[in-house]
Design a binder for this molecule. Structure first.
Ligand code: HPA
Ligand code: ZN
Length: 346
């Protein structure tokens, strides 16, 4: 790669090639958020479901959001096209193929069963379909995967408990419990019993916190839910004691830069605090959240944030190493991927 730039300028082209070459783990990805408009229309036709948008283009144009809630309103509406086991399999397989093209070697992905069970889709249909898609495409593209069941925090805790009970027979297919949906007004403490029940099943625990919600929600996720990773967590930087707690405990943050701009957590990528979080010694990772809605899969998140924040090669390599360190992979596998990144960094 020829890069005719002066030494002080970042050679964007070669940095992009370096990013492409890096093995990555993706740890914050909602499978329903990978539903591209084309597939949504195909599934709507297949299942006789009416999408209240006239065309693929009209649906894409609706992807302009004021905040998290305005996104969720569209996201839940489009997810209604997912009905059969085959739909869930197709969705998961399409994501794995797309992620593999970005150098993703391992993905720990969320699904929102309550979005579907409320429409009469059974837990078995959802889990079997997703599992089949992840396994088949994972084998074809050499990507390992884990499933994380997310509870919808805008719904009552009793429904979360019922969801966990419905999922328990499929417990071997599920690695962790998570918490997503509308954050403000629905603190992690609302789900203390649900997380305790999930942990008793042997599942790991993660939770969205500090995306729109205050640092107090991150504290609750750590102390009450015993979350091992914080999804987003960007508002943690407002509380120095919390930063210290996250740093000492090496609690990873799964940061989603393009999502944060689309949902107006930051008004532009240049204003994102990802570098500030890294500079505090936190285990920061880069992820795509809902890439069909937010304008880019994980590779695009790395490239755009590296350019906007002028990240160095070594910071980018650190982010990729962090993604494996923060995963639920066995230690030996983590070390193998991280050593590969060391070698690439040179
Ligand atoms: N935050 C909360 N809930 C979500 C998100 C998110 O970024 N994406 C899908 N559900
Ligand atoms: Zn998310």
């Amino acid at each position: 790669m020829v890069c005719a730039l002066s030494s002080v300028e970042v050679c964007v082209e070669s940095l992009d090639a370096f990013i492409d070459s890096l093995p990555k783990a993706e740890l914050h990805l909602h499978l329903e958020g990978t539903l591209e408009p084309e597939l949504a229309f195909e599934l709507a036709a297949r299942n006789g479901v009416k999408l209240r948008f006239p065309s693929v283009e009209a649906l894409r144009q609706a992807y302009s959001f004021a905040d998290l809630q305005s996104f969720l309103d569209v996201y839940y509406r489009v997810a209604a096209v997912l009905v059969t086991e085959r739909d869930f399999r197709d969705l998961a397989a399409a994501y794995v193929a797309r992620a593999a093209a970005d150098g993703v070697k391992h993905a720990e992905v969320f699904f929102d069963p309550q979005t579907h069970t409320v429409r009469g889709v059974s837990m078995g249909t959802i889990v079997r379909g997703l599992q089949a898609g992840l396994t088949d495409a994972g084998a074809a593209h050499r990507v390992t995967t884990r499933l994380i069941l997310c509870l919808l925090r805008h719904l009552p805790e009793d429904e979360a408990l019922q969801t966990i009970d419905e999922a328990a027979p499929f417990g071997d297919a599920i690695t962790a419990i998570g918490l997503d949906s509308s954050e403000v007004g629905h603190p992690p403490s609302k789900f203390a019993r649900a997380f305790a029940r999930a942990r008793a099943l042997g599942w790991h625990a993660v939770a969205h916190a500090g995306e729109e919600g205050p640092p107090a929600y991150v504290w609750e996720a750590l102390e009450i839910l015993r979350a091992e990773r914080i999804d987003h967590g960007v508002r943690a930087l407002e509380d120095s004691a919390l930063v210290e707690r996250l740093r000492r405990g090496r609690v990873p943050l799964t940061v989603c830069p393009l999502s944060n701009v689309k949902l107006r957590v930051f008004d532009r990528l240049e204003a994102h605090n990802l570098k500030g979080l890294l500079d505090q010694g936190l285990v920061v990772t880069i992820n795509s959240d809902d890439p069909a809605y937010f304008g880019g899969y994980v590779g695009e998140n790395y490239r755009r944030v590296a350019e906007a924040l002028r990240l160095s090669r070594s910071e980018i390599a650190q982010l990729a190493r962090n993604s494996f360190a923060a995963s639920f992979l066995p230690d030996a596998e983590k070390r193998r991927w991280m050593a590969g990144i060391d070698r690439l960094e040179g």
